[in-house]
Design a protein around this ligand. Sequence first.
Ligand SMILES: C[S@@+](CC[C@H](N)C(=O)[O-])C[C@H]1O[C@@H](n2cnc3c(N)ncnc32)[C@H](O)[C@@H]1O
Length: 222
Amino acid sequence: MSLTRHACDDVETQILSLIPCSSATISEIFNFTACRQLLQMLFAIIFFHCSEYVLAVVIHGKNSVSLGSLLISRNYLLAMICSLIEYFIEIYFFPDLKEHWSVSNVGLAMVFVGEIIRKLAIITAGKSFTHLIRRYHEDHHVLVTHGVYKFVRHPSYSGFFIWSVGTQIMLCNPLSTLAFALVVWRFFQQRIPYEEFFLRQFFGSDYEEYARRTSSGIPFIK
Ligand SMILES: C[S@@+](CC[C@H](N)C(=O)[O-])C[C@H]1O[C@@H](n2cnc3c(N)ncnc32)[C@H](O)[C@@H]1O
């Protein structure tokens, strides 16, 4: 009986001795740097998705918009979760990596710039902008070549490219920065020719000429 009690006391002492240690570790992980970077990330994500949905409702009307306009896919969620896992592993094992504030601030600036370019594109294209690629021409779908579309053919994609890579630079996540750049680039490399196939069908030589004089807006994609 007294032996069992002794054993219990030992276990209790060991558990208690662990508590201050683990709370210190948690406060080390959630220091000022982590709180600021993770809050910035949270705001960037919430603002991006909510504003996509609100703009779609304002432009197309509530009845024509689904929750798909929040632009949250399974692969996107997976990518974001992986980037957070990278963040927590690195802040635990290499905390100094997250203290590169000049790098993180460049990422924050990219998030702002990317967001502005994307939203300018959506507002400029108005009803011609849909989250899903149109495969049939509709009367109100006109070729847009003014505003941000004067400078690049795919400003909303340029904006998203800058925004998404920016979120990872902001978190000082080297692996996810590289992975996001590659995956998002590959996604647009496949999507742009598909989208332009229909734009050429809808607008013929007008689109041909526009495409000839205007670059895509994504590096290494013609
Ligand atoms: C998700 S939006 C992307 C628009 C454009 N690629 C961009 O990055 O800003 C896709 C829809 O926009 C339409 N679209 C793309 N470029 C357009 C243009 N210059 N004028 C009119 N519609 C366009 C396509 O037909 C497609 O249905």
